[in-house]
Write a protein that binds this ligand. Structure first.
Ligand SMILES: Nc1ncnc2c1ncn2[C@@H]1O[C@H](COP(=O)(O)OP(=O)(O)O)[C@@H](O)[C@H]1O
Length: 367
């Protein structure tokens, strides 16, 4: 004990400073304990799980396009299992899970393994018996056509028909885009957006939306390879084939829906594969018409949070309207010894994100 004390004291500058530090640290510990106790003693209204960019494929590890990040294609399934087991073991079971898109990797298409890979991840998710809301990302479209996705296990829009009181509205877009909403608890609503509604990968070539997307791309990107960004830096980088945008029809629907939520004094969480705030992501990952979405979000009081994937490094920004923009770290670029998923505890005045591995803890007070 004495030995420890003296060597410890040797590393401290002075006894006075040591006791000052000790008193400060003790106060902080007690405050943190109080905060934890407050959180623990107050049961959340409900909780939900979030995971992004699993990109599973039964292939050897690889790298991203720039060779700056390793991609762990097989291990991503292990991390998905770990997340699911954690959610399953929670004292308060999550009401649902949000899968933010790119659940299997585009490489599956090359190996004719798309169906098998999808079955593998869906079986994995099914083990917890917690309902999953699936968002569609670019890798969904590398593997499947929009028609195939509509018929697949990745179409979770049917889930909302059982939980929303606005079934008519949720069906509004059945033919047009994969956008829907659901209300898991009174005064809370989630909106799933289709960020590839206008895109070269999510629309068939002879279609109005494909040609609209082509026009947008031609106006901003002259490269032969449209996955190659038009500029090396800045917001214009987002005009690449692996991104997309929201049709005017979808934006009008979102606006109407949020007006209704304002009237009902709801809190709304919007989710999409592509982020919409430039400070919440590397701009190369932004939705083409991110600004159109932002101006709608900002014209309604009900919006509290926007969650996205796509940028595997993740990001966070609270904008000037108090809306939290969370971009979740991608599972695919998460080393085997780490994790990348979160559980969100929803309260009357805030949401608390409990992150795992690369996903940080955050307290998100409503605007
Ligand atoms: N700078 C770039 N130039 C050309 N092609 C690119 C560039 N960045 C990505 N790509 C291509 O775009 C596609 C999507 O990129 P990828 O990194 O797989 O997306 P994600 O981050 O969604 O996994 C891939 O085919 C990739 O090779």
């Amino acid at each position: 004990m004495l030995k420890f004390k003296s060597s410890f004291r040797n590393s401290c500058i002075s006894e006075g400073k040591f006791f000052g530090w000790w008193a400060k640290s003790a106060r902080l510990t007690s405050r943190l304990t109080q905060i934890n106790k407050m959180g623990d003693s107050e049961p959340p209204l409900f909780t939900f799980g979030v995971i992004a960019d699993v990109q599973y494929a039964d292939i050897e590890d690889g790298f991203n396009f720039k060779h700056t990040r390793k991609r762990y294609y097989r291990n991503s399934l292990r991390l998905l299992r770990r997340a699911n087991e954690k959610w399953k073991s929670e004292v308060i079971q999550p009401s649902f899970i949000i899968q933010l898109g790119d659940v299997i990797d585009g490489f599956n298409k090359k190996y004719n393994a798309s169906e098998r890979a999808l079955e593998t991840v869906v079986n994995e998710l099914d083990r917890s018996e917690i309902g999953v809301h699936h968002v569609w990302g670019n890798h969904e479209f590398y593997n499947f056509s929009r028609d195939d996705l509509m018929m697949s296990a990745l179409n979770s829009r049917t889930v909302d028909d059982t939980v929303t009181e606005d079934a008519d509205e949720s069906r509004l877009h059945t033919e047009e885009s994969y956008a829907y909403h659901f209300s898991p608890a009174p005064h809370f609503r989630f909106v799933v957006l289709d960020a590839y509604d206008l895109s070269l990968i999510g629309r068939k070539e002879p279609s109005v939306r494909y040609y609209q997307a082509l026009e947008i791309m031609k106006a901003h990107n002259n490269n032969d390879d449209l996955n190659n960004p038009p500029v090396p830096k800045g917001l214009e980088q987002r005009f690449v084939k692996f991104n997309g945008g929201f049709s005017q029809g979808q934006l009008d629907w979102l606006d109407r829906l949020l007006t209704r939520s304002d009237e009902k004094l709801e809190k709304v969480i919007v989710v999409s594969h592509l982020p919409v705030h430039p400070y919440s992501t590397d701009p190369i990952c932004l939705a083409w018409n991110y600004d159109g979405v932002l101006s709608i979000l900002h014209s309604h009081k009900c919006v509290v949070c926007f969650m996205a994937g796509h940028d595997h490094d993740g990001g966070y920004y609270r904008d000037s309207f108090g809306v939290h923009h969370l971009t979740f770290e991608g599972v695919i670029e998460t080393p085997p010894e780490s994790d990348a998923f979160g559980t969100v505890y929803v309260y009357e005045d805030r949401m608390t994100l409990k992150g795992n591995g690369r996903v940080s803890d955050r307290v998100l007070f409503y605007p």
